[in-house]
Design a protein around this ligand. Structure first.
Ligand SMILES: NC(=O)c1ccc[n+]([C@@H]2O[C@H](COP(=O)([O-])OP(=O)(O)OC[C@H]3O[C@@H](n4cnc5c(N)ncnc54)[C@H](OP(=O)(O)O)[C@@H]3O)[C@@H](O)[C@H]2O)c1
Length: 277
């Protein structure tokens, strides 16, 4: 059975590979969580918006892995990040998950109609109440991150953002590092968008790995970086955690980073902030 090493940050130790669950629905989501835990995963990523927290909780309970060995992340939807609403949303998530705390609670997206101070205060209150062991943000820009760090009274330990070989995130990654924050890559395999690229195919052939494993190895070989590939397919769930027994060379890492494109972003809903160039 494979396992993922821990990535250490401000007050957290988080497994470098977690199971993404966006669009994992109903009993299939519960089964995927159970398959993942049985395959060695110890980190599950969900969100209030995914509508699957109850099934994530079901999968955790169905597995033989103890709760205190599993790192669970959930996120507060951007409509609910005002002081008061945020705490109520966190409590509702815990109820659906049937857990007394999550290991990481994130603001899912910024909301321009809500002063950041209000959201960050609320997030800190949730942490102090013991409902979340650690806190962070997702889909923030460099300026928002700087402001959030200046406002917070509890360590902001994680930035979750889109990152894969097609998307250059060097500015945002530098900002997170400057603040001592860890990074979680969402869409870490870019939904397969470079699997047919010769750079990735040749490395897959060289190392006897799949394209997904090459891209995920590229992710976790970068400092302070965690990846949360989503799958509801048992063989892929196993495949995606099997990336800790080989190493890419610096030149190979650079070749994969070189696949970036200006139009590489996949996720940009109407409520997204003005992304850093
Ligand atoms: N914070 C945010 O705003 C945000 C936004 C987006 C995503 N996320 C999180 O990040 C997670 C991952 O992102 P994502 O789901 O958008 O994209 P992704 O993980 O890059 O790609 C998932 C897709 O790739 C397929 N896949 C998985 N492993 C594979 C493999 N080994 N070979 C071939 N295909 C494979 C999956 O299919 P099957 O499931 O059918 O196997 C699914 O269609 C989400 O599930 C969610 O937890 C967060």
């Amino acid at each position: 059975m494979q396992s993922a090493p821990l990535v250490h940050g401000k007050g957290i130790a988080i497994p470098a590979i977690g199971l993404g669950t966006f669009r994992a629905e109903g009993e299939l989501c519960a089964e995927a969580v159970q398959w993942a835990l049985d395959s060695g995963y110890r980190h599950i990523d969900t969100a209030a918006m995914y509508g699957n927290e109850q099934f994530v909780g079901e999968g955790i309970r169905a597995s033989t892995v103890k709760r205190n060995e599993i790192f669970v992340t959930t996120k507060i939807w951007w409509a609910d990040i005002a002081d008061g609403l945020l705490q109520a949303s966190a409590e509702a998530s815990l109820k659906r998950l049937d857990l007394d705390h999550v290991d990481l609670l994130l603001i899912h997206w910024p909301n321009p109609a809500v002063p950041l101070r209000s959201s960050i205060d609320a997030l800190c209150k949730v942490k102090r109440a013991g409902l979340a062991k650690s806190i962070g943000v997702s889909n923030f820009t460099v300026a928002m991150l700087d402001e959030a760090v200046s406002l917070t009274t509890e360590p902001l330990c994680m930035l979750q953002a889109e990152y894969h070989p097609r998307l250059d995130q060097s500015k945002l990654r530098a900002a997170a590092a400057r603040h001592g924050m860890l990074w979680t890559s969402y869409c870490p395999i870019g939904k397969g968008n470079v699997f047919d690229d010769p750079v990735v195919k040749d490395l897959a052939a060289k190392y006897g790995r799949t394209p997904s494993q090459i891209v995920l190895r590229w992710q976790v070989q970068q400092p302070g970086t965690v990846a949360i590939p989503k799958s509801v397919t048992p063989s892929r769930i196993r495949e995606n955690i099997g990336v800790f027994d080989f190493t890419l060379t610096d030149a190979e890492m650079a070749a994969i980073s070189g696949l970036k494109r200006p139009d590489g972003r996949i996720v940009s809903p109407p409520f997204a902030p003005a992304w850093d160039a």
